[in-house]
Design a protein around this ligand. Structure first.
Ligand SMILES: NC(=O)c1ccc[n+]([C@@H]2O[C@H](COP(=O)([O-])OP(=O)(O)OC[C@H]3O[C@@H](n4cnc5c(N)ncnc54)[C@H](OP(=O)(O)O)[C@@H]3O)[C@@H](O)[C@H]2O)c1
Length: 264
């Protein structure tokens, strides 16, 4: 059994294993692509940036293959999966990490920005799931991971729109999990705290328990190998956010009110 089979924890005997990662040109998705490639996976890497994907592929000694894609384009999602399967066979593991984030407050709430995040974080992910799930169900095997966020647990000031999309991904996966399991397909929801990536480097507020993208990728890879449903990290942030979620509203707002910017 080679590393990729061990990583998948299925005990199956077919080699090589194929992973498809969206949001692979940067941050968490990029670090995970490199980690899985080191573990012996063949990785189909998707994002919009053709140049970044080419650099990633060059860094992987022939284990990562670029498949440029805008996940908000449903036809492009279908054509890309077809191209991946035509070139590399069945997709055994899919990780949907493509996502974005804008800060928003009541004073400058903008439904167009909300729509942008819904289109990418939610509809983009749904379009990838729609394409991947039937094939895995038919094969009665496979693994899927959806990258959400701990900000999907609780409404945090400044993350109204972003948090809403991540909360929706958590509920969607919770609903899909039992049925997929009944067909032999594994599903994980990934809820990171703060990870140092281009997405968070634009933040000008404190990011407690910040970890590197490589640390995030290692935790995700280990969680997938163990076929965990929820892969949440770092532990300190997970505990803090779950406690915050469990508090009565009055206490929760007393804490989240402190996250408000002076002008908000
Ligand atoms: N960093 C954190 O602290 C943190 C915490 C919790 C959750 N997350 C989640 O983790 C995921 C990855 O975030 P990150 O921090 O690694 O951010 P990042 O470095 O900005 O990476 C985002 C990735 O998504 C891709 N992407 C954006 N729009 C896309 C589109 N329309 N179609 C296909 N790919 C698209 C980007 O590539 P292109 O621009 O090349 O398309 C990039 O590869 C996101 O879902 C984010 O919400 C991050």
């Amino acid at each position: 059994m080679d590393k990729s089979e061990a990583a998948l924890g299925t005990g199956a005997t077919s080699i090589p294993r194929l992973a498809w990662i969206t949001g692979a040109s940067s941050g968490i998705g990029r670090a995970l692509a490199l980690r899985l490639a080191r573990d012996g996976w063949t990785v189909a890497a998707s994002a919009r940036s053709v140049d970044e994907l080419a650099l990633l592929a060059a860094e992987s000694r022939g284990r990562i293959f670029p498949f440029p894609l805008d996940v908000t384009d449903k036809d492009a999602v279908n054509q890309t999966v077809q191209a991946i399967e035509r070139n590399h066979g069945d997709i055994d593991l899919s990780v949907f990490a493509a996502g974005t984030y804008f800060r928003d407050y009541a004073v400058d709430f903008d439904s167009a920005r909300f729509r942008t995040m819904v289109e990418l974080n939610l509809i983009g992910t749904a379009q990838c799931l729609e394409r991947i799930m039937p094939a895995m169900i038919a094969r009665k095997s496979g693994q899927i991971a959806v990258v959400a966020s701990v900000s999907g647990y609780v409404g945090l000031p400044g993350a109204a729109s972003y948090g809403a999309t991540k909360a929706a991904l958590n509920v969607m996966c919770e609903a899909l999990y039992p049925e997929l399991r009944s067909h032999g397909v594994k599903l994980s929801i990934v809820n990171p705290g703060f990870v140092d990536t281009p997405l968070t480097r634009k933040n000008d507020f404190p990011m407690p328990f910040l970890i590197s993208a490589d640390e995030a990728a290692a935790t995700i890879a280990d969680g997938l190998a163990a076929a965990k449903y929820e892969i949440v990290f770092p532990r300190t942030m997970a505990v803090a956010m779950k406690l915050l979620h469990a508090l009565p509203a009055r206490l929760r707002f007393a804490l989240t009110r402190r996250m408000l910017r002076p002008q908000a």
